[in-house]
Design a binder for this molecule. Structure first.
Ligand code: ZN
Length: 448
């Protein structure tokens, strides 16, 4: 690690980060209703004691976003450090420990938001505090942003900030969530940085017909009409599309293997062989489905509604479809593709949509991530990565901000606990995240 790092980082910083992190977990920001302002106020109070001015922006009562800035010398454009304050619902009776207790057991801090993503919020908060205390003057402003409403439709969070307060968060690049975790692939550990996200088009398809008594079945019954469409859609396949992020990810993994495995991995980018390789050569079902989703658009019927009584033919039946599109496809294109598949006689409404987005994997911020990870764990690799879900990055990348999902976590932390019962982060990972996070930020803003 650099001299700057050793000047700024102290062992006590880990205890301090842990304390702030646990306090944030204990503030219940389940969305809905959110109540993010309570968490934003906690951060604002801590910042105030450190002499950091911050601003809470509340688009609706109790739905606070918080922004703070450390000024650099202005020679380079700002770096944004961001995370979201809200969390998804927890069912306490399914947890081994109460989800808002932040209790420490088995070497982990337990609680809703420990992996998604109060760990990012607490990490960047601590990095900002350490930078402020050091008195250094970086080449870039460092902006801290914790948003509301990421787990719902983002309207009161990042979308609001981009539409109404963009001047406060305008940056060249950003570090966010959705990457930074370690994964083990074929006996090698890789750390990810998320440089692409799939987009969403959520649609509702409605079939209509004539209502009537079910003792006299009729051809105009919307329930079987809709069922046929759901069946057709669930069998729909999409062509292979290799985006720059996934191509690089596959190339790096192939380069780390010997022939013939290296050859087979590369064929995942070959339209003639990709699906066969996935089916035959990759044994782990989770890896297969994830890789498949990174290489294709996907479509998943999820909600069905038809009828309310067994002897009544309903006049309408509808299903909701979760369509995920790769970078390179527009929302319009996907809507028309689906419309063509469904054919006439159905109404199709877009419930919600977010564009797919991708940042170039070559940028000085990616160089900082590569450099620091290599210094810290020379035996591990670093992979660009595509999130099949969506995050706040979808509002920033279209504005030209280079966003990487990078909140460092050790491979021993279980990412399947995100949105799941018993979400927890190891104390070891929290320490790792502060060391790596601070070092990457310093490398990028000081070039030291
Ligand atoms: Zn999240």
């Amino acid at each position: 690690m650099s001299d700057c790092f050793h000047q700024i980082f102290e062992d006590e910083s880990i205890a301090e980060l842990t304390a702030h992190f646990r306090n944030l977990i204990r503030i219940d920001t389940t969305n809905p209703p959110g109540n993010e302002t309570a968490a934003a106020r906690y951060i604002a109070d801590v910042f105030e004691r450190e002499g950091i001015h911050s601003k809470i922006i509340e688009p609706a009562p109790n739905r606070g976003n918080i922004v703070a800035r450390l000024n650099g010398d202005g020679s380079k454009r700002p770096l944004l450090l961001m995370g979201h304050l809200d969390v998804v619902v927890a069912e306490p009776d399914k947890w081994e420990l109460p989800p808002f207790s932040a209790e420490i057991e088995k070497g982990c801090i337990w609680g809703r938001g420990t992996l998604d993503c109060k760990n990012s919020v607490a990490l960047w908060m601590m990095v900002l505090i350490l930078l402020k205390r050091s008195g250094i003057r970086p080449k870039r402003d460092v902006i801290f942003l914790a948003t509301a409403d990421e787990e719902a439709d983002q309207r009161l969070g990042m979308e609001w900030m981009v539409d109404h307060h963009y001047e406060l968060i305008d940056a060249e690049s950003a570090l966010s969530e959705g990457g930074g975790f370690g994964i083990s692939v074929m006996d090698k550990t890789y750390y990810t940085y998320q440089s692409a996200e799939k987009g969403i088009v959520w649609l509702r398809i409605t079939a209509r017909g004539a209502a009537g008594h079910a003792s006299v079945p009729q051809s105009d019954n919307p329930t079987p009409k809709l069922a046929a469409i759901v069946d057709k859609l669930s069998k729909k396949t999409f062509p292979l599309r290799v985006t720059p992020t996934v191509r690089k990810m596959i190339e790096i993994m192939a380069a780390d293997q010997k022939f013939p495995l290296s050859f087979f991995i590369k064929q995942l980018c070959n339209p003639l062989l990709s699906d066969k390789i996935l089916k035959l050569a990759v044994k782990d079902e989770t890896i297969v489905t994830n890789l498949h989703a990174m290489l294709h658009n996907t479509l998943c019927p999820t909600v069905l509604r038809a009828g309310s009584k067994v002897n009544v033919i309903p006049s309408e039946a509808c299903c909701e479809i979760d369509f995920r599109l790769l970078p390179g496809y527009s929302i319009d294109e996907c809507y028309h593709d689906l419309k063509k598949t469904v054919g006439s006689g159905f109404e199709i409404d877009v419930i919600d949509a977010r564009p797919a987005n991708e940042s170039p994997d070559e940028h000085s911020l990616a160089d900082s991530i590569q450099k620091i990870m290599h210094q810290y764990q020379p035996q591990a690799g670093v992979l660009p990565y595509m999130l099949t879900g969506t995050s706040d990055a979808c509002f920033l990348r279209p504005k030209g901000v280079v966003v990487y999902g990078f909140t460092p976590l050790l491979p021993t932390d279980d990412m399947s606990l995100v949105h799941n019962h018993n979400e927890r982060i190891s104390l070891e990972s929290l320490e790792f995240s502060l060391k790596i996070g601070l070092a990457v930020v310093l490398d990028h803003i000081m070039e030291c």
